[in-house]
Design a protein around this ligand. Structure first.
Ligand code: HEM
Length: 125
């Protein structure tokens, strides 16, 4: 092997090794603080909930959890009136009975979970 080819080969192998070392030392994204379901939710009192009783800011408590559904109001498949009257209130009953005892569907529940902001203060629930 010529001297030039040998030098080029050594340079090539060294750069590969350097890349390998850099890659091995790089922190793996997301491993520092993995999100857990144990993260405590913000405690919200019935008093604070009641302040969000309008189209501009509509919070609902459902089964002990509090949801800010303001952005969902225009998406709800009924007239706004149906959903607006529950803003700022404990709404579990309304959630579980759309009419005639029919609860919301599992996909509605999945939709709801996107709006989770906290849980009802222990003293209130
Ligand atoms: C708490 C007050 C609420 C009341 C009284 C209420 C009531 C209703 C009613 C009357 C319907 C149409 C009836 C039917 O499906 O046959 C409906 C459908 C629906 N609502 Fe609500 N709703 C409320 C809150 C919400 C919230 C907060 C969400 C989601 C963030 C939501 C999501 C949906 C969806 C996706 C449907 C379509 C049917 C289904 O998937 O169950 N609703 N709701």
């Amino acid at each position: 092997m010529s001297r030039l080819a040998y030098t080029a080969f050594v340079a090539f192998v060294s750069s590969l090794l350097t890349l390998l070392v850099v890659w091995a030392l790089m922190p793996t994204p997301g491993t520092d603080a993995p999100p857990t379901d144990d993260t405590p939710l913000r405690q919200i009192t019935l008093e604070e909930l009641a302040e969000h009783d309008s189209r501009e800011s509509c919070w609902k408590a459902i089964e002990g959890r509090v949801y800010d559904v303001t952005d969902y109001i225009p998406e709800h498949p009924t007239s706004e009136r149906v959903i607006l009257r529950w803003c700022g209130r404990e709404s579990t009953e309304a959630w579980n009975d759309k009419g005639g005892g029919r609860p919301h569907s599992p996909s509605a529940r999945a939709e709801l979970e996107q709006y989770l902001i906290g849980e009802l203060d222990d003293e209130d629930s």
